[in-house]
Design a protein around this ligand. Sequence first.
Ligand SMILES: [Zn+2]
Ligand SMILES: [Zn+2]
Length: 175
Amino acid sequence: MILNAAIFLITLFLMEGVGFLAHKYVMHGWGWFLHRSHHEEHLGAFETNDVYLLALGMVAVGLIVLGNSGFDPLQWVGAGVAAFGLIYVLVHDGIVHRHWPVRPQPRNRYLKRLYHAHLMHHAVKGRRNSVSFGFLYAPSVPALKKQLRAMREAERAASRADLCTPSITSDLQNG
Ligand SMILES: [Zn+2]
Ligand SMILES: [Zn+2]
């Protein structure tokens, strides 16, 4: 029993890491075409981004089914994945984005921190230069603002470098 509870909690904890990496490198990478709907204004109750949640649900069900058919600890891994998905739906869809008819408010300090950190994620409209990809762990807003500023600075420096390059090469050719 204790072992099962430990497997469940460790999975939930690790899922935050998996979620962070998937959000940063897949959803804001080659999978942007599905996630994009979540970063734009939308009208319907569903968005193509929900495909990711569906995939997560399928992984959880698959693990629980495998666990039930003999690979015992896997059902607790599956339960951990499912719990992560459930918390995500409740907090992300319910409290942060208010996709539901009832609109719960973030009351305690932890939920408020998640709420503000995720709004910072949405402060950047496009695919690049976003911050706060995690979910259950959220950095403070000042820390995220600092990251955003640093990224904008780097972007500006890069575009300045791009603008300079042709003149350097033409100078070299002329000189
Ligand atoms: Zn995103
Ligand atoms: Zn969001």
